[in-house]
Write a protein that binds this ligand. Structure first.
Ligand SMILES: Cc1cc2nc3c(=O)[nH]c(=O)nc-3n(C[C@H](O)[C@H](O)[C@H](O)COP(=O)(O)OP(=O)(O)OC[C@H]3O[C@@H](n4cnc5c(N)ncnc54)[C@H](O)[C@@H]3O)c2cc1C
Length: 393
C-alpha cells in the first residue's frame, strides 16, 4: 500500500456510501425544516447581517446543536456521517446556518467533550448540546491565523485563578456565545506545548465581545472579536492538560474540517440545483440553454466535482465514526470540497448570465458565501501543508 493516500482498509468495510433509512429520514426532516423555516428569510438576514437566533433555538430543539454527542450528555447520539448530512442540508439553503451549527458542534462543544474532565463535560456539554447555550471557539488572533501557534493572548496562574489578557478575532458566534473555548499562551518558551485551552463564560468580568465583522458572505453568521482584559477565571476552567491546548486544537480541527467540507458541499449543491433548474427554463436562440452541448458539459463537470467532494467527505466522516485518525482524510475532503465548491458556484453564476449577478436569484449569495470554505479552519494552502506532511511521513 502506497503511503501517499489514505489506506482504503481504514474505511469501514461495511460502509457502502449508501445512506441508511434513518439517515434518509434525518436528511428529509432537515430539508423540509430548511425550506419552511430558513429559505423564506435568507435574503433578509443576509442584507441586514441578522443573526437567526430563533432558528438556532429550533435547531437545538431538533437535536442538531449536539448531534455528535452521546445521549447521556444530552446529545443526539449520532455520528459524523449524520452530522455531515445535517450541515450539508442546512447549507444548501443558507451557509450561515451551516457555519453556526458547525463551529458550535465540532469546535466549541467537541473541544470540551474531548479534552474536558467529567465535571466539565457534565457542566457544559448538555447545555450546549441541547441548544440552551451557544458556543464559540477562539484560536485566531490578528497576528496569528495560519500560524496559530504564534498566539499572543496570555493566561497567567494566580492562586486559584487564571488571568487572561489579549484578543481573539474572527470568532464565529463570538458576540452571541454563552461560553467560549479560548487558546492562550501559558508558557512562551515551550512553543506549541506552551498553549493551553480555557473555558470562559459570558458575563465573566474582563471578558467581552468586540468588533463584529461586516462580511462578504455568510453574513447572517456572527464573526466577532473576543477581548480579555485581566479576565479572571477559576483554575478549574483549564480545559485539558496545561500546555496541550494547541495540540488538542489540531485534533479538534480534524473533525471540524469535515464540517467545513460539508458546508462547502451544501453551498455548492444549492448553487448546482439552482443552475440545473435555470438552464432548463432559460431560452436563447429558440431553445432551452440546457440543449446546448457547451452548457451540458459545464453541468456534467459540476455534478462530477460535487460527487467527488461528497465521496471524500463521506469517507472522512466514516473514518471518524470508526474511531480512525482522520488528519489526512479530513484535510483532503476540506481542500477538495471547498476548492470545487468555489468553482461550482462561479459556474452557477455564469450559467445564469446577467441574472446570476442579481439578488433575485439565489446563486449570487452562494457565490459570496462559498469563499469562506477555502479559508476557515485552515486555508487551502494550509490543507496542502497538512496533506504533504502526512504523505511524506
Ligand atoms: C467568517 C470567518 C469565520 C471564522 N471563524 C473562526 C472561529 O470560529 N475561530 C477561530 O479561531 N478562527 C476563525 N476564523 C479565522 C480563520 O480560521 C483564519 O482566517 C484562517 O485560518 C486564516 O488565517 P488569516 O486570516 O490570519 O490568514 P493568514 O494566515 O495571514 O494567511 C494569508 C495567506 O497566506 C497564506 N499562507 C500563510 N501561511 C502559509 C504557508 N506557510 N505556506 C503557504 N501559504 C501560507 C494563507 O493560505 C493565505 O492565503 C474565521 C475566519 C472567517 C473569515
Amino acid at each position: 500500500m502506497s503511503s501517499s493516500t489514505v489506506n482504503p482498509a481504514s474505511v469501514p468495510a461495511a460502509h457502502s456510501f449508501k445512506l441508511t433509512s434513518d439517515q434518509e429520514q434525518l436528511r428529509d426532516l432537515i430539508r423540509k425544516f430548511a425550506s419552511r423555516e430558513i429559505a423564506p428569510h435568507v435574503m433578509k438576514w443576509d442584507e441586514a447581517s441578522e443573526f437567526p437566533a430563533a432558528v438556532v433555538k429550533q435547531l437545538g430543539e431538533m437535536g442538531l446543536m449536539g448531534i455528535i454527542f452521546p445521549e447521556e450528555y444530552g446529545g443526539g447520539g449520532l455520528g459524523y456521517t449524520d452530522y455531515m448530512l445535517a450541515v450539508e442540508e442546512l447549507s444548501a439553503v443558507d451557509g450561515s446556518i451551516g457555519i453556526i451549527v458547525a463551529s458550535h458542534n465540532s469546535l466549541c462543544t467537541n473541544h470540551i467533550f474531548l479534552a474536558g474532565n467529567e465535571q466539565q463535560r457534565r457542566k457544559y456539554v448538555p447545555r450546549l448540546a441541547g441548544g440552551q447555550w451557544l458556543g464559540a471557539w477562539g484560536l485566531t488572533e490578528s497576528g496569528s491565523g495560519s500560524d496559530a501557534a504564534g498566539a499572543r493572548t496570555t493566561a497567567v496562574r494566580e492562586g486559584d485563578h487564571w488571568v487572561l489578557n489579549g484578543n481573539k478575532i474572527f470568532i464565529t458566534n463570538g458576540h452571541y456565545a454563552d461560553v467560549a473555548v479560548v487558546i492562550a499562551v501559558t508558557d512562551k518558551a515551550a512553543g506549541t506545548h506552551g498553549l493551553s485551552a480555557f473555558i470562559v463564560e459570558k458575563g465573566t468580568p474582563g471578558f467581552r465581545s468586540g468588533r463584529k465583522e461586516n462580511k462578504l458572505g455568510l453574513r447572517a453568521s456572527d464573526t466577532s472579536e473576543l477581548i480579555f482584559e485581566d479576565c479572571k477565571i477559576p483554575a478549574e476552567n483549564l480545559l485539558g492538560k496545561e500546555g496541550e491546548g494547541f495540540v488538542d486544537s489540531l485534533r479538534i480541527l480534524d473533525g471540524g474540517r469535515i464540517s467545513i467540507a460539508a458546508l462547502a458541499l451544501g453551498i455548492a449543491r444549492g448553487a448546482y440545483d439552482a443552475a440545473r433548474k435555470y438552464v432548463k427554463e432559460r431560452r436563447q436562440f429558440g431553445k432551452a440553454i440546457a440543449d446546448f452541448q457547451g452548457i451540458q458539459w459545464k453541468l456534467a463537470d459540476m455534478a462530477t466535482q460535487l460527487d467527488a467532494a461528497r465521496l471524500l467527505t463521506l469517507r472522512a466522516a466514516a473514518m471518524k465514526d470508526a474511531g480512525e485518525k482522520t488528519t489526512l482524510a479530513s484535510a483532503m475532503a476540506k481542500l477538495h470540497a471547498s476548492e470545487v465548491a468555489v468553482r461550482i458556484c462561479d459556474e452557477a453564476v455564469q450559467l445564469h448570465g446577467g441574472y446570476g449577478f442579481i439578488k433575485d436569484y439565489p446563486v449570487e449569495k452562494f457565490y459570496r458565501d462559498v469563499k469562506l470554505c477555502t479559508i476557515g479552519e485552515g486555508t487551502s494552502e494550509i490543507q496542502r501543508l497538512v496533506i504533504a506532511r502526512e504523505i511524506l511521513k
